[in-house]
Ligand binder design. Structure first.
Ligand code: PEP
Ligand code: MG
Length: 581
C-alpha cells in the first residue's frame, strides 16, 4: 500500500489515528431524465414526501439535542429547517418538475445551483459560506429521493465503529450529521471544502476533535477502510502510514492528550509572564449560550461578541428589546468581567432573508460592517441603544468593525451620542462612560492606527480580515488557502504598528482574530507588545501555558529581530525557534 500525505487547513487541533470512512456525496449521483406527462404529479408527490421526511428527521434530531450539545448545533439545524420550509426549496422545484417534465432529484439540484450562485455574490464572508447549508439540506433530500437512508449509513454499523476509531472523510459534513458523529465518538473529520470560518470548522472546535478542511479530492485519493492519521495541528493527513511514522504519531498523540489533561491544571492560574507582566486572555463568542464555554475555559472576559448571529436566518430584524435582552444576558452572566460587543458585521444581505439577496461585484470590498450600519442609521441606532441599555447590567464595551476612515468613526460617535441623549431623555439607565473601540482589520486603519488610537478607547486587531486584505487573499477561498499566512512580514508590520499606536496613546490593544488562539504565535505577539488576546474558548489554556513560559526581556529582543526580516522563509523558522525559549 502506498503511503502519502495530503495538506489542507487544520481548523481544530489534535491528532487522530483511525480508519477512513468515506461519506457519499449524493449530489454526484443525480441524473437527469424526462418523465411522461402522466407521471408528473406522482413525481411532485415523491418530491413533497422527501421534503416531509427530511423535515421530520431534522426536527427529531433537533428535539433530541442534549443540553450538553454545542449551542451552535441547535441553531445550525434550525437554519436547515428554515431553509427547507422556504418556498425556494420546498415549492419552486415542483414548478421545475412540471415545466421541465424532469425527475425530482434533478429539479431540486437545478434550484440549488441557482440559490448557491446567489449566495456566492454575497458580500459578507460568513453569510457567503452559508451556501454550504443549502447544499447540505439539498443533499439530504436527494439521499431520500435516491432511496438512501437520510442519516449516515454508518449508523447501522455503530457497534463496529465503537470498537475502532473512525475518521470521516466527506465532501462537506452537515451539522445534523455532526450529531451522529458525537454519538459515535468519531475520532476526527476531514472535509473537501470549507474554510476556517465554515460551520464544520466551528463545530469541530466546539466538539474538540481534530479536523481538517479544504482537502480537495480527499474522497478520490483515500479509500474506505484505509488507515489514516489526521494531524489537525499541522493540517496534514497521512494515508497508509508506514510503521515508523505510525509509531511516531502514536507518541505525538499520547503527548498531545497528556498535554491537554495537564492544561486543565492551569485553568485558575493567572496569565502572568515569568517577569510579572499580566496578559489578559479573553474569549470570542457568537451567541449568549457560548458564555458557558467561556466560563469553563478560564478566560477572564469576552473580547469579541459577534452579534451577527442574532440577525441571521430570519426575515425580521431583531428589535431593540430582543437585542437588549441578548446583550444583557451576556453582560449579567459575566458578572462584571469585560464584555466587548461588536456592532453588526453584516454584508450586503442585510435582512438575512434568503429571498432578498443583494449582489455586488466585490462583496468583501463592498457595503459591509460599519459602512452598512452608517448607511442604515435606523438599524445602527437600534443596536446602539440596545448596547447602551445592556451596559447598565455589566461591563460592556462597544467595538466597531471594519473601520477604514476617521470619518466613519466620527459619524459613529455622533450616532452613539444621539442614542445616549435619547435614552437619558427617556430616563433609561446606561453606562455613560461606556468604552468605544475599533477593529483594525483594514490595512488603511493599521497604517493610520495612531489617529484611531487617539480618538478611541481601545483597539482590537481583526487578523482574519487584516491578512485577507493585506495579502489580497479571499479567506474563504480554499484554492488560495495555502497563501494565507499570518507571518507574512507585511502583516506583522501592520500588527506591530497598531500595537505601538496603542502604547503611544495609552490605549489597550487586543488581537481577536484566529492568530490570538494560535499558541505557536503567542510568544511572538507578546514580544511585539501585545497584552490582550481574545480567542475561541477552547484555545485559552494552550495560550495561557505559553504566557506562563514567557519572559518579556527575551521575547522583546527576539520579536524585534523577527520584525526586521523581510523574507517569510526566514521568519517561519525563527518563530519556531522562538517557541523553544
Ligand atoms: C477578524 O477579522 O479577525 C475578526 C475577528 O472578525 P471576523 O472573523 O468576524 O471577520
Ligand atoms: Mg473581521
Amino acid at each position: 500500500m502506498i503511503s502519502f500525505s495530503l495538506h489542507g487547513v487544520g481548523v481544530s487541533s489534535g491528532i487522530a489515528i483511525g480508519q477512513a470512512h468515506l461519506v457519499s456525496n449524493a449530489l454526484l449521483e443525480v441524473v437527469h431524465y424526462q418523465l411522461p406527462p402522466a407521471l408528473i404529479e406522482d413525481e411532485v408527490k415523491r418530491f413533497s414526501n422527501a421534503i416531509a421526511i427530511v423535515k421530520n428527521d431534522l426536527e427529531q434530531i433537533h428535539a433530541s439535542l442534549k443540553h450538553s450539545a454545542p449551542a451552535e448545533l441547535g441553531s445550525f439545524i434550525g437554519t436547515h429547517l428554515m431553509m427547507l420550509s422556504d418556498k425556494s426549496l420546498s415549492e419552486v422545484p415542483k414548478d421545475i418538475i412540471r415545466n421541465e417534465q424532469c425527475n425530482a432529484e434533478w429539479a431540486i439540484k437545478l434550484q440549488m445551483d441557482d440559490i448557491v450562485e446567489q449566495f456566492e455574490q454575497i458580500e459578507d464572508e460568513y453569510l457567503r459560506e452559508r451556501k454550504q447549508d443549502v447544499i447540505q439540506v439539498v443533499e439530504r433530500v436527494i439521499k431520500v429521493l435516491l432511496g438512501h437512508p437520510s442519516q449516515l449509513a454508518i449508523q447501522q454499523q455503530s457497534s463496529a465503529i465503537q470498537e475502532r476509531k473512525v475518521i470521516l472523510v466527506a465532501h462537506d459534513i452537515s451539522p445534523a450529521d455532526a450529531i451522529q458523529f458525537k454519538q459515535h465518538q468519531f475520532a476526527a473529520f476531514i472535509n473537501e471544502v470549507g474554510g476556517v470560518t465554515s460551520h464544520t470548522a466551528i463545530l469541530a472546535r466546539s466538539l474538540n476533535i481534530p479536523s481538517i478542511v479544504a482537502l480537495q479530492r480527499a474522497r478520490d485519493l483515500i479509500n474506505d477502510g484505509e488507515l489514516i492519521i489526521v494531524d489537525g495541528n499541522q493540517g496534514v493527513v497521512i494515508v497508509n502510514p508506514d510503521k515508523s511514522i505510525l509509531t511516531e504519531y502514536k507518541l505525538r498523540q499520547e503527548q498531545w492528550e497528556l498535554e491537554q489533561q495537564k492544561l486543565q491544571r492551569i485553568k485558575l492560574t493567572k496569565a502572568v509572564t515569568i517577569d510579572g507582566a499580566n496578559i489578559e486572555l479573553l474569549a470570542n463568542i457568537e451567541v449568549p449560550e457560548d458564555v458557558a464555554a467561556v466560563k469553563a475555559s478560564g478566560a477572564t472576559g469576552i473580547g469579541l461578541y459577534r452579534t451577527e448571529f442574532l440577525f441571521m436566518n430570519r426575515r425580521e430584524m431583531p428589535d431593540e428589546e430582543e437585542q437588549f435582552l441578548a446583550y444583557k444576558a451576556v453582560a449579567e452572566a459575566m458578572k462584571g468581567a469585560e464584555v466587548t460587543i461588536r456592532t453588526l458585521d453584516l454584508g450586503a444581505d442585510k435582512q438575512m432573508n434568503p429571498d432578498s439577496i443583494v449582489t455586488c461585484a466585490n462583496p468583501a470590498l463592498g457595503l459591509r460592517a460599519v459602512r452598512l450600519c452608517l448607511s442604515e442609521p435606523q438599524l445602527f441606532n437600534t443596536q446602539l441603544r440596545a448596547l447602551l441599555r445592556a451596559s447598565h447590567y455589566g461591563k460592556v464595551n462597544i467595538l466597531i468593525p471594519m473601520l477604514s476612515t476617521l470619518g466613519e468613526l466620527r459619524q459613529t460617535k455622533l450616532l452613539l451620542e444621539r442614542a445616549k441623549l435619547s435614552l437619558s431623555n427617556e430616563n433609561i439607565p446606561f453606562d455613560p462612560h461606556i468604552a468605544l473601540g475599533g477593529m483594525i482589520e483594514v490595512p488603511a486603519a493599521a497604517i493610520n492606527a495612531e489617529a484611531f488610537a487617539k480618538e478611541l478607547d481601545f483597539l482590537s486587531i481583526g487578523t482574519n480580515d487584516l491578512i485577507q486584505y493585506t495579502l489580497a487573499i479571499d479567506r474563504t477561498d480554499d484554492t488560495v488557502a495555502h497563501l494565507y499566512n499570518p507571518l507574512h512580514p507585511s502583516v506583522l508590520k501592520l500588527i506591530s504598528m497598531t500595537i505601538k499606536a496603542g502604547e503611544k496613546f495609552g490605549k489597550p490593544v487586543s488581537v481577536c482574530g484566529e492568530m490570538a488562539g494560535d499558541s505557536k504565535l503567542t510568544k511572538l505577539l507578546i514580544g511585539m507588545g501585545l497584552r490582550q488576546f481574545s480567542m475561541h474558548p477552547s484555545h485559552v489554556l494552550s495560550v495561557k501555558q505559553q504566557v506562563l513560559h514567557s519572559e518579556m526581556r527575551v521575547l522583546n529582543a527576539h520579536a524585534r529581530k523577527i520584525l526586521s526580516y523581510t523574507d517569510l522563509d526566514k521568519i517561519e523558522p525563527l518563530v519556531a525557534k522562538f517557541n523553544l525559549h
